[in-house]
Design a protein. Structure first.
Length: 323
């Protein structure tokens, strides 16, 4: 028995009362009497030893402790409801895999291919959630993750799907249509678009191509997602440093052009991992095997798409990239 956990009915009553900040409306929602709601809340407060509501005449207002506790309990109840509905929906017909994934990889690479996996394994449902930063599986609802990095996370098992390859400076063709051939110096003076989760990318490109410690490398707006970054580049707002593998369609169609064919190579890549307790489960193994069956040919194809570029012949050899 988990003696520290209050009665579930009391938590449901408290969550409803907190959401409405009204015992009367909570009673209506739960088909209880107002006095029953009052008793449940009072019992919970006595158990916790903390006031959750302030009683002000005929009104109730959450205390700071009550507001924080309500937020946490709401999330827990939503998770219990979701898990219960998923189990009911999957009665005897399959498994659900909760997968955390970086957003642009999910939208540009993974989701277009998922129908193939569904056709092969209709008994496995893949739920996708976005995570852009590392996390602990023990503190999350996820069974597995696809993330960008340079190694497998500690305490997990997994594999490198493929390396990201070159990132190239890209922009709308309109931005350079009326200009003379672009040079490194002129590109450095153009508006630069940055990705918030890779704040040093342009600085690394500057260093790799002969502009060490150049203050221009940090100028320009920042965007949280690669999809935002590519949209800004498409809109003509500046030059973005983006992995070719994530903008293959835009480059092939000419909607984006390589502003200067001076890439920034990377040894980082996309990893599929799961905690030790999940890594041997059949659904994870099935997903891993399917992804690995796609990678060798597709990664090579996507790494060097057909593209338009504005080329420069460097005045002197550029130093190798330092990642």
């Amino acid at each position: 028995m988990r003696k520290g956990i209050p009665n579930l009915a009391a938590l449901q009553v408290f969550e409803a009362a907190a959401r409405h900040e009204s015992f009367t409306r909570a009673a209506d929602e739960l088909a209880l009497t107002q006095s029953a709601v009052c008793r449940q809340v009072a019992s919970l407060e006595n158990r916790l030893g903390v006031a959750l509501f302030l009683r002000i005449k005929k009104r109730v207002v959450l205390t700071p402790h009550g507001r924080h506790y309500a937020d946490q309990i709401r999330k827990s109840l939503e998770r219990i409801e979701r898990d219960t509905l998923e189990l009911m929906a999957q009665r005897g017909i399959g498994r659900v895999l909760e997968l955390a994934v970086v957003p642009t990889f999910a939208s540009q690479w993974l989701i277009p291919r998922l129908p193939q996996f569904r056709a092969l394994r209709p008994d496995i449902t893949i739920n996708l959630s976005i995570r852009t930063e590392p996390f602990l599986f023990s503190d999350s609802p996820f069974d597995a993750a696809i993330y960008f990095g340079r190694s497998v996370w500690p305490g997990t098992q997994g594999t490198l799907l493929f390396r990201e390859g070159n990132a190239v400076p890209v922009c709308s063709p309109v931005l350079t249509a009326d200009c003379a051939p672009l040079t490194r110096e002129r590109l450095a003076d153009m508006p630069l678009l940055h990705l918030s989760t890779r704040p040093d990318a342009w600085r690394e490109w500057f260093r790799a191509h002969g502009f060490a410690e150049d203050a221009r490398a940090v100028r320009g707006p920042r965007y949280e997602l690669f999809t935002m970054l590519s949209s800004a580049a498409l809109a003509g707002m500046g030059v973005a440093l983006m992995p070719e593998i994530l903008i293959a369609d835009e480059l092939a169609s000419g909607r984006l052009a390589v502003a200067l064919d001076m890439p920034l190579p990377s040894d980082a890549g996309y990893y599929l991992v799961a905690p030790d307790a999940v890594a041997s489960d059949e659904p994870f193994l099935a997903l891993s095997q399917w992804l690995m069956s796609l990678v060798p040919d597709e990664a090579a194809t996507l790494a060097r798409p057909a593209r338009r570029s504005n080329r420069e012949i460097p005045a002197s050899p550029a130093p190798s990239a330092s990642i």
